[in-house]
Design a protein around this ligand. Sequence first.
Ligand SMILES: C[S@@+](CC[C@H](N)C(=O)[O-])C[C@H]1O[C@@H](n2cnc3c(N)ncnc32)[C@H](O)[C@@H]1O
Length: 271
Amino acid sequence: MTTNPNAAGSYDFTALGDASGELERLQLQAQRSAQLELQLLERMGLADGQAVLDLACGPGVISRLIAQAHPKSRVTAMDLNGALLAAAREEAATAGLASIRFVQGDVYAPPLEQGQFDFIYARLLFQHLEQPLQALEAIRALLKPGGVLCIFDIDDSWLTLVPEPEGFATFTAAAARAQERRGGNRLIGRQLGRLLEESGYNPVDVHVETVTSRQLGMRAFLDITLGFKRLLLEGEELEAARATLESADALVDDPRAWAFVGVFLARGVRP
Ligand SMILES: C[S@@+](CC[C@H](N)C(=O)[O-])C[C@H]1O[C@@H](n2cnc3c(N)ncnc32)[C@H](O)[C@@H]1O
């Protein structure tokens, strides 16, 4: 299915392996903020009755959320990874959501008819892409004129733990370097507006939503925000991170501790 030598960029689910707990982390990450996210998406133009693409759907939590909340919409869920897509398909069948169309495909060359979507959502995909501009161009062609692309992604500089565990900045910097070596970018959030404009979306707007440990619970917050970083590290860097991760885990038992992460929501319209 891969049409590009490094299509998966810094996210290769199969390489992470079943024992990594990554499927569960992805599900938790999407489920914990699902209702908040649905409201944000509706503010960005998602509405019932649309043709919607959940691009890089992973295990399909958001595809199901949209199909359930908007029963008149036609939801397509696409992902590069066959195992994730199979999990998404199975969950949708269990939930009785037979109308979601699942497609295996690469964002750089999507096997989908052009000009058909009113709303495309790309959640936590762009931080992994080696060629974001190329992806934005391929996505634009899938939208109807006036159709909306909404990107949800992170920027590590907006991740804060209070109190900050010793070595936290070193740990996040090591994870960012490891992701960059695989083609990704953990500072993608700040780039999204510029990239959308450069690839011809107009108008473009960007805002940052703060998600806190009070909303998610500290345990879930740490699992969601640190889990993938931990998987990226190996050897000496992982060894060096152990004490920092233990101090972070101790925040779960500290009722005065807080944590924040800024999630970037970028919206671009196909003129
Ligand atoms: C961090 S996961 C996010 C999954 C889902 N959007 C979510 O928020 O739960 C990144 C997803 O991007 C997919 N992906 C990576 N490169 C891709 C590509 N070139 N085309 C389509 N999907 C891709 C991965 O297979 C994975 O499912």
